[in-house]
Design a protein around this ligand. Structure first.
Ligand SMILES: Nc1ncnc2c1ncn2[C@@H]1O[C@H](COP(=O)(O)OP(=O)(O)OP(=O)(O)O)[C@@H](O)[C@H]1O
Ligand SMILES: [Mg+2]
Length: 238
């Protein structure tokens, strides 16, 4: 009885029902995501694997409110995402998601501190003291607190990715979306990044990560394989 109640009260953060995504290529429409069903629950560490072109980034962009679905249903915390206007969607994106990409996407003209502060600026935090304290806190958390004033171009790849993770964390997101976060790093540095993500997940952050590296699936609580815009296989772990 208790177990039943628990199941009923645990709502997914993300729910996709029969979701498709099509792109126009010249005059032709190409279907990239072919009717996906997916529920993501708080606290999960999901890894998405699949060949190049299978639709992983397209799926990540949809989940992260960076792109819209072509058909189907997308619920975020029980709310229908298609009913949200663009402003509301970008507010949600900034409030609930942190993004980490293969190529870091740091802004070269800004130093480390300013890069990490950026999502707070978008959120409307203007107090310099508050921004600085948070930037320091999250840079300390990822182990590069002493790099606050450095230029991002003078950091190693692993350090740049840690700046990107700190930036992803400053607004205390519900979900961290990481598309090949270790793809541009050597395996040792990649392990440092994975250990950081694992630690964040153990502290309660929900993580959705794309990877080509099957060795990394050991970090995941669930692995989903994609092929040609479909989910081929889902491996649940404890
Ligand atoms: N904006 C777009 N317009 C047209 N086609 C697109 C667009 N974005 C992606 N595609 C196509 O969708 C397919 C899936 O792309 P996607 O980037 O999701 O693959 P992926 O699984 O992330 O691949 P990779 O592992 O190489 O990153 C590809 O065939 C790609 O060309
Ligand atoms: Mg991709």
């Amino acid at each position: 009885m208790v177990a039943m109640e628990k199941i009923e009260t645990t709502k997914p953060l993300i729910e996709l029902i029969n979701v498709t995504k099509t792109f126009k290529r010249g005059k032709q429409e190409v279907t990239i995501l072919k009717g996906l069903d997916l529920k993501i629950y708080e606290g999960e560490f999901i890894m998405i694997m699949g060949k190049s072109g299978s639709g992983k980034t397209t799926l990540m962009n949809i989940i992260g409110f960076l792109d819209r679905i072509s058909s189907g249903i997308f619920h975020f915390r029980g709310e229908d995402v298609s009913s949200l206007n663009e402003n509301k969607k970008s507010d949600y994106r900034n409030a609930f998601f942190g993004f980490v990409f293969q190529q870091f996407f740091l802004i070269e003209a800004l130093n480390v501190q300013q890069n990490v502060e950026l999502p707070m600026v978008y959120k409307g935090v203007h107090q310099a003291k508050e921004k600085k304290a948070k930037a320091q806190h999250f840079l300390d958390l990822v182990g590069i607190g002493e790099k606050m004033k450095d230029k991002t171009t003078e950091l190693s790849g692993g350090q740049q990715q840690r700046v990107a993770i700190a930036r992803a964390l400053v607004n205390d997101p519900l979900l961290i979306m990481a598309d090949e976060p270790t793809g541009a790093l050597d395996s040792e540095t990649g392990k440092v990044i994975m250990d950081t993500l694992k630690q964040l997940n153990e502290e309660g952050k929900t993580i959705v990560m794309v990877t080509h590296d099957s060795d990394l699936t050991a970090y995941a609580s669930r692995v989903i394989y994609m092929k040609d815009g479909c989910f081929e296989e889902e491996v649940k772990k404890l």
